[in-house]
Design a protein around this ligand. Sequence first.
Ligand SMILES: [Zn+2]
Length: 254
Amino acid sequence: MAVPREFQSKQRRLIMIVSLSVASLLLLGLTQQPGLPIVPEALTAVKESVQQTFLPKPPRVGLQIGHLNPEEQPDELASLRINTGGYAFGINEVDVNKTTAYMLKDMLEFEGVEVDILPATIPPNYHADLVIALHSDSSPDVTRRGYKSAHFRYPRNKWEDELKADIDKSYFFFSGLPDDDENVSGSMLEYYAFNRARYKHAVSRSTPAIIVEMGYISNEKDRAFLSDPVNPAYALKRGILTYLAERGRYTPKE
Ligand SMILES: [Zn+2]
């Protein structure tokens, strides 16, 4: 069926008006200073999805050392200032998280990936290709062992499921640790550092983020595995690189 010429030109004009409006909205969103109250929620969402679509090179990964410097938490997270992490058999959880994070940073930088080491307090709306929060577990039951991870209770963006799947697969394969998924806790599923709806000091909604519990320092076998930071760092590194490669952000060296 032929469309009248007049209708066609009206349609073209409409398309042009809509595209111009979208473009100016995007521009407005990108040039706004973060935190200004005149930015409507919808514009923030557009800005965040643009941020994740046009990531700069090289890829950037945020590694949070669980429980590092909790006393520096801002007022909105004041209740976490005493959250110093687990302790078992002379080992502080935060030390395991820290040595693993720095080992993983070295490994990723060798692959051309930029790494930010983050303490317990996340810079407001922190943005990167991905964020991993590093924790290790402890339990009065010394037979309890294994690895588990979680993204926010409802994935905050379309990449979090994929990130979790890649990291889990790699960690199980290279660590040989059992699956401790049945002990994923509420504080993992609503991890404060990913709770952008509630806190300013949290990872941006468009940045895929997961928390990992790398094993139990209270369990003899897990403790042996965690005692050399190369072990957990390598298992995580392989998962991170797989994810980045799937997103077209990393090409393996020959
Ligand atoms: Zn922890």
